[in-house]
Design a protein around this ligand. Structure first.
Ligand SMILES: NC(=O)c1ccc[n+]([C@@H]2O[C@H](COP(=O)([O-])OP(=O)(O)OC[C@H]3O[C@@H](n4cnc5c(N)ncnc54)[C@H](OP(=O)(O)O)[C@@H]3O)[C@@H](O)[C@H]2O)c1
Length: 335
């Protein structure tokens, strides 16, 4: 039996509105208890839309003794601030991806949540879609030893007024989207990369990266390549290529709950298709978050995974800055 927890919202973002709050409301294990915004009117509007009794500022959410956990979807550059505030207020935290903008900042977030005896999880919701488990089965059966993972994720139009074009707020497509192929390739290879090379294309006016290419080497003969960007034809897939076959999932990351992603497998010149089941990966993520907060079943060390992801992202930024392939040094606690 999972205990139900009360969740407060830090930031009335698009993603909170479109996906996370509806998922919290669908969950058998979570209550939407408090809406927080910098703007009280916006908080009131959200509260009325989602029939939530309590609303106010972020500080109001954190000072409410009824709130057990918070969902943070501020711009990436402000995640650290609100994770630290939430931890000090003894709230468990589900923090949107990317968790933060540097490894040092991620360490501070994990250290502070652990010190305050609350859990911290990064909101990479795609991981909870059953399609990836299914793909792993197909890899074993039809693809064989993997050579490469390849992925494209990008969007046609991002308004220049969006948080993604604001450098000070942690904008840029690397923080925003490269986290997906990096995380997915780790999930598929079931190991951590040893080396990374990243190339970024920077928008001169806004000084944020708008296109990024990431190369990861997991082992000799095991590589991943992810390309992400804005102002490009919409793309959202990954493929894997192995000794016996090739597999591609038509929709890899943000998968609508009414869509069954198509998995195509080519082996010995023949292609067959399979459709992954319908799933609301936001709801799965919320349920998983509740499980880790209530400690009934620790499936995975979320904090360690957040740190690993943040470390690889950090080496990715460094590699782009130095324009060279970098060996990733894992600290002892992450080995
Ligand atoms: N997992 C996913 O599928 C997914 C998808 C999209 C985005 N995201 C992540 O979710 C977060 C929000 O993305 P979004 O696209 O939903 O952005 P958004 O609509 O612009 O929301 C960001 C929210 O942050 C709050 N905020 C606090 N300080 C701010 C500042 N100085 N400037 C602007 N906003 C500020 C605002 O809420 P108030 O005005 O109410 O304070 C704002 O609504 C990001 O971390 C992003 O990476 C995740």
């Amino acid at each position: 039996m999972i205990k139900k927890i009360n969740i407060g919202i830090i930031g009335c973002s698009n993603i909170a509105n479109d996906s996370i709050i509806p998922a919290i409301q669908k969950s058998k294990y979570a209550n939407l208890i408090f809406i927080g915004s910098r703007n009280k009117n916006k908080a009131k509007q959200f509260a009325s839309k989602f029939k939530c009794k309590n609303f106010g500022t972020y500080e109001d959410v954190l000072s409410s003794s009824n709130v057990d956990a918070v969902y943070i979807s501020t711009p990436i550059g402000l995640h650290e601030k609100w994770v630290l505030e939430s931890a000090k207020a003894k709230k468990h935290v589900l923090c949107e991806k990317s968790s933060t903008t540097s490894f040092k900042s991620a360490e501070k977030m994990v250290h502070t949540t652990q010190k305050n005896n609350v859990r911290l999880m990064e909101g990479l919701m795609f991981k909870y879609h059953p399609s990836h488990k299914l793909i792993k089965k197909f890899i074993k059966k039809n693809i064989g030893n993997l050579f490469s993972f390849y992925s494209q994720y990008g969007f046609p139009h991002v308004p220049k007024s969006d948080i993604r074009y604001k450098k000070k707020l942690g904008g840029g497509v690397f923080n925003d989207a490269a986290c997906y192929p990096i995380c997915a390739s780790r999930l598929i290879f079931e190991k951590e990369p040893k080396e990374i090379f990243t190339s970024l294309q920077i928008d001169k006016k806004f000084q944020v990266d708008t296109k990024a290419s990431v190369f990861l080497k997991f082992n000799e003969g095991e590589i991943a390549h992810g390309t992400v960007g804005y102002e490009l034809e919409y793309q959202n897939f990954y493929s894997v290529w192995g000794k016996k076959g090739f597999l591609k999932i038509s929709r890899a990351y943000n998968i609508p709950s009414n869509m069954k992603p198509k998995i195509s497998i080519t082996t010995q010149h023949k292609t067959f298709e399979h459709f992954a089941p319908l799933n609301n990966h936001f709801l799965e993520m919320i349920n998983n978050f509740v499980q880790i907060c209530t400690n009934t079943k620790i499936i995975f060390n979320e904090e360690k995974d957040l740190l690993l992801q943040a470390l690889i992202m950090e080496y990715g930024r460094k590699s782009a800055h130095q324009n060279r392939l970098l060996k990733i040094n894992y600290p002892k606690i992450l080995k």
